[in-house]
Design a protein around this ligand. Structure first.
Ligand code: GUN
Ligand code: ZN
Length: 432
């Protein structure tokens, strides 16, 4: 058993629906007690100090501890092609992405990049991610093996692609089905690993492949479905041509039984009211990827509509390599600007919620992750809100004592902060 003393912030409700005074839990001087990788107790230092008098306490004085960030959509093979110039989605895929993903045929190479990728997540305070791979089964094995070496809870799956891509990234639908089936049996629920059936997007799958993906989801209902939806106008137009019997883009996935709980759709920028309504009813989640949506010029996600009007589950995501940073703080910062461009304000508490408990709920892991409730897994991040000279100037006065000051300081931290603001990242109670 061990304990950590610091200031703690997490959520006990959804600040999009419950007033922040009731949904935010802030303890300026708290104690987190950890046993066997899980939260054993949590509260103010004052109330818990006697009960745990014999337990070794590590202090992070002057720092703010939050549940580990959860990035619900990110491509590990694209780490090395981040910041690729000049194109929107379809040209960007052809010019930069597909040639890069080809390299992951080589398992040693895949392992090297998977290792870099997971360390980069940890450097940025991200403890769980929903990750896209490539069509090569060994690229999936490399990621899960490296994740298990770090004891990280990772959701991932083999990318399914059968058309509209170069030959070297095309698989046969039946082969991909067999490989995915084997991967599910090998990885889903193995340690902290979880599996996602991952058609890249409608454009790169045939009807046969999506039928087989739906069959897998029916066979393994607690496995995830993870894909892209309605990101770019040319993409949407091409999809409509390829699937003339669908009423809209979402309906392609609906027709094959791929829209339900544990379905995660990245982007969802150009959806109409009907699609929002159907996503909500299905219990599906949206990955909001602001740095990517700005970088590729894809458009502005309607966060207020998705969350407040339709109650859809939304989590924040980097979408590296179209996204421009591994930092969830930088992602919140761009999320704020995307809201500003639509005359909405994304409050700092809402932004941090979307990267912690809200993301955990989006991926149906709120019983295990996302807050400091007793029994949850002890994945957390230690924030230094004075990490740079400018942040120290802006956040003068030490650890806040009230919610108003806290809101100001975490807002400045999400706007100004990046990996430099991550003092430490803990996985299952161990400092990484
Ligand atoms: N749609 C299909 N594949 C991709 C991808 O790799 N990145 C993004 N941003 N969108 C996609
Ligand atoms: Zn993506």
């Amino acid at each position: 058993m061990k304990a950590i003393r610091a200031a703690f912030l997490d959520f006990v409700g959804d600040p999009f629906f419950v007033p922040e005074s009731e949904s935010v839990r802030y303890i300026p001087d708290g104690l987190l007690v950890i046993d066997q990788g899980k939260v054993k107790d949590f509260g103010t230092f004052e109330t818990l100090q006697e009960k745990y008098a014999g337990v070794a306490i590590a202090s992070h004085e002057g720092k703010l501890i939050l549940p580990g960030f959860i990035d619900i959509h990110v491509h590990y093979p694209q780490a090395e092609m981040i910041a690729a110039y000049g194109e929107q989605l379809l040209a960007w895929l052809n010019k930069y992405t597909f040639p890069t993903e080809k390299k992951f045929h080589d398992k040693d190479y895949a392992r090297q990049i998977a290792s870099f990728f997971l360390d980069e997540l940890l450097r940025n305070g991200t403890t769980t991610a929903v990750v896209l791979t490539t069509i090569f089964p060994s690229s999936v094995d490399a990621l899960f093996e490296e994740a298990q070496r770090r004891n990280m809870r990772i959701v991932a799956g083999q990318m399914l692609m059968t058309r509209n891509a170069p030959d070297f990234l095309i698989n046969d639908a039946q082969t991909a089905y067999t490989q995915t089936r084997e991967q599910i049996q090998k990885w889903h629920g193995n340690g902290r690993s979880l599996y996602a059936i991952t058609p890249r997007f409608a454009i790169t799958s045939t009807d046969e492949e999506l039928t087989l993906a739906g069959k897998l989801k029916a066979e393994f209902p607690d496995v995830y479905v993870h894909t892209h939806l309605s990101e770019n106008p040319q993409e949407i137009e091409f999809t409509a041509k390829l699937f003339p019997n669908s009423t809209d883009y979402l309906n392609v996935y609906e027709q094959f039984g791929l829209v339900g709980d544990r379905s995660i759709f990245a982007h969802c920028i150009h959806l109409d009211e009907s699609a929002f309504e159907r996503l909500s009813k299905a219990g599906a989640a949206i990955a909001f990827c602001p740095t990517s949506n700005l970088f590729l010029g894809s458009g502005l996600f309607k966060l207020g509509k998705a969350k407040s009007d339709y109650g859809i589950k939304v989590g924040l995501a980097t979408d590296v390599g179209a996204g421009t940073s591994f930092s969830m703080l930088q992602t919140m910062s761009d999320g704020y600007k995307v809201a500003q461009l639509q005359a909405e304000s994304l409050s700092p508490f809402k932004a941090f919620y979307l990267a912690t408990l809200g993301a955990a709920q989006a991926i149906y892991l709120e019983d295990k992750l996302g807050s400091f409730d007793i029994g949850k897994e002890a994945d957390f991040v230690v924030l230094d809100m004075q990490a740079t000279p400018l942040m120290a100037l802006r956040n003068r006065g030490g650890i806040p004592q009230d919610l108003e000051t806290l809101a100001e300081q975490i807002f400045a931290t999400m706007i100004l902060g990046d990996d430099r603001a991550i003092a430490a990242t803990y996985i299952a109670g161990e400092c990484m």
